[in-house]
Ligand binder design. Sequence first.
Ligand SMILES: Nc1nc2c(ncn2[C@@H]2O[C@H](COP(=O)(O)OP(=O)(O)OP(=O)(O)O)[C@@H](O)[C@H]2O)c(=O)[nH]1
Length: 332
Amino acid sequence: MNIVPQTNQRQPIKQSILLKYMHYFSLYIVISVAMFYTISAYYKPLKHIDWSLVSIYSILAFMSYHFFVINDLNARKMNGRAMAIGFFLAYIGISIVASSFVFVIPDQRAWFVAGLLLFTGYLLSGIGLLKWAKYHKQVKKVMLHESLTDELTGLFNRRAFAVNANRELAFSVQSESDFSVMMIDIDDFKLINDRYGHTIGDEILVQISQIFDKYKGDSDSLYRWGGEEFVVLMPVTGLFEANKVANKIVSKVAENTFIADQSLKLNLTVSIGVAQWVRGESIVKNTLDRADKALYKAKATGKNAVVVADYKEDSHKPPIAEGASRQVSINQ
Ligand SMILES: Nc1nc2c(ncn2[C@@H]2O[C@H](COP(=O)(O)OP(=O)(O)OP(=O)(O)O)[C@@H](O)[C@H]2O)c(=O)[nH]1
């Protein structure tokens, strides 16, 4: 058994964040002390200091500084420092307000300067907030895209299938049109991996998925079902049309020469099972299962072929859908 030595990679990351926090905290102490001494050099302390007000505003100032730290640490990720600068200015502004409860500052100068700083600070924070919302939206979009696509081929994955299948079906039911599914499997793909290696196999998977994508119908959606198996959802498509598309894909793959690793030429074939959805059945449990059985037939009868599932043959339920009468069995 290959035992990989455990390395503790989290420790340095934690340490570096702690170090950064220490730097920010030291800066906070330096600025606060410097402000206190500068103000105390110019103004006398009040006779009666309201420490509760001083405490409240000092806490508010510290909170603003804390938000500055958080935003400054994330500034690069968010592609902007506006929010961080905004909170920093607010921290200075609130600190000045706190000082006005300790020192005699004439002409409401402290309030004016503090107000100006707070106004500018919150304006900048507002701009930063908009940027942050935009960044967040982008991140969510990327995450959603990544969670719904297959890393290798870039096609939709099974999760996307679960999301799309019922929506597509609902549309077909609403528009009283047919709905078919196609299950594609590459023939003897194991041989490619065994003979030429997994990397070549991967290259082939990418190239072949491009052929499927090119020759599927415009309204169809293509999914990598797993390994060398693919599924196509075909809304507004009856068996006749689905069979035509499937045969086109089979012949286009067969006549294509795949070039892997720049010069290795390979020829491949695929087998396809096609089934039409019938009212009342579940796409995954029934329609796809019938397509899978049809695919199995295509494999068992020599591969490089399309087999269309006959509803009556594979199910005990009577067909209700309008298009059911057009369903045919093609045994090759
Ligand atoms: N390179 C590569 N190979 C994969 C991937 N996923 C599955 N496979 C391979 O696909 C092959 C599937 O083999 P089988 O299920 O025996 O099917 P087959 O050789 O195509 O045989 P038939 O289906 O009967 O035509 C296995 O060798 C898997 O390792 C992948 O992402 N990349």
